[in-house]
Design a protein around this ligand. Structure first.
Ligand code: CP3
Length: 341
């Protein structure tokens, strides 16, 4: 059902899955995490990554599983090692110059990330047929920010500065990330992924000229690359925080669907986006954390505005760690009841 909805078919039911539906808010994930080494060790252990992917599926009536991995496995595979320091987020040795870009390799994605694809195969084999497997990657701009800043950032000054000062060098970096990401997405499809999502978490910090060059351009080329090999796999784009530029993103990149952050107005999404692409979203994860009446009221508004067209219920960003798992069950049940499923 998810696949059909994302391709724009009017399905009787509204499919639901949640970004970060696996992870620290689940006690069984925290228990699994205690048995594994680092977060990346978990991502690179096929049985354990498959287990983390399946945990929310066992607990909840979801329409899709999203492969348990991370967007930063791609720079790791390109020869820029990533580690996740507890409480600190991702840490990479920041790219410094053209020489460090030239040193990146794009052709060992399939070998370095073989355990990730093995996890996908295990998950697909264990999932009921009606539940879709979602593969994903970071979009080149967002992945570049981590590679240049060496981790998370407040203002992206190094990355934007590089893009402005040395456009050819920066474009060479984006082209390398694009090439590695295309290989990563296609390998996930070969391993059983039926839907792909591109996370562009920092698309919202760019002016329109940068947005066109650094978000729309690379996304359009990636989508075309995937479509050439896997035309039936719908692609969801998530250019978080980009405001009315969602309209250009939906019209120009070739994605089948856009995932909406919580700030996108519902009526605008219905009139400006939904005629062209399927939409997914956009409950504020904090309302899932709070639960109860506030969550129910807003979910009702979202459904009223968007369930008339191709629509997938989701959050506007990932589940936050203190979320009570019972609230997830409650949300799914209210979406099922409201849409008669
Ligand atoms: O359930 C799912 O959604 C699938 C798994 C998934 C993870 N990360 C697991 C994860 C997905 C789709 C991602 C995407 C991701 N990773 C993004 C894009 C979405 C977004 O959040 O904007 C980004 C920017 C990253 C990079 C990243 N990974 C950061 C900044 C961090 C540290 C912050 C944090 O939340 O801990 C991670 C670590 C990470 N990725 C965890 C998980 C479950 C936590 C690791 C742990 O268990 O300790």
């Amino acid at each position: 059902m998810l696949v059909r909805t994302l391709k724009g078919e009017a399905t009787a039911q509204v499919p639901i899955w949640l970004m970060r539906q696996a992870g620290r808010y689940l006690p069984e994930y925290r228990a699994l995490r205690e048995k594994t080494g680092s977060f990346l060790d978990l991502c690179y252990s096929p049985e354990q990554a498959a287990e983390a992917t399946l945990q929310p599926i066992r607990r909840f009536d979801l329409d899709a599983a999203i492969l348990f991995s991370d967007i930063l496995v791609v720079p790791d595979a390109m020869g820029q090692p990533v580690r996740f320091a507890p409480g600190e987020g991702p840490v990479l040795e920041a790219l410094a110059d053209r020489v460090s870009i030239d040193a990146l390799i794009t052709d060992r994605v399939e070998s370095h990330l073989a355990p990730v694809y093995e996890a996908a195969r295990l998950v697909r084999a264990a999932l009921p047929e009606a539940i879709a497997l979602i593969g994903f990657a970071g979009a080149p701009w967002t992945v570049a920010t981590y590679m240049i800043e060496g981790g998370s950032s407040r203002d992206f000054a190094r990355t934007k500065g590089w893009a402005a000062r040395d456009p050819e060098g920066f474009d060479a970096l984006l082209a390398k990330i694009e090439a590695a990401t295309l290989r990563h997405l296609l390998a996930q499809v070969r391993a059983g992924a039926q839907v792909l999502q591109l996370f562009d978490s920092w698309a919202g910090v760019l002016d329109e000229a940068f947005f066109e060059r650094l978000v729309i351009g690379p996304t359009k080329r990636l989508v075309a690359g995937v479509k050439a090999e896997a035309p039936d796999v719908p692609i969801v784009g998530f250019p978080k925080g980009c405001g009315i530029l969602y309209a250009r993103y939906a019209a120009e990149t070739g994605v089948d669907a856009v995932s909406l952050d919580p700030a996108v107005p519902l009526d605008w999404a219905a009139s400006a986006l939904q005629p062209h692409v399927a939409v997914q979203g956009n409950l504020d994860p904090i309302l899932l954390l709070i639960g109860g009446e506030a969550m129910a009221r807003r979910s009702g508004q979202i459904l009223a505005a968007l369930a008339g067209g191709p629509f997938v219920f989701n959050l506007g960003h990932g589940v936050v760690p203190p979320t009570p798992p019972e609230h997830v069950a409650e949300l799914i049940s209210l979406v099922r009841k409201a849409t008669g499923t």
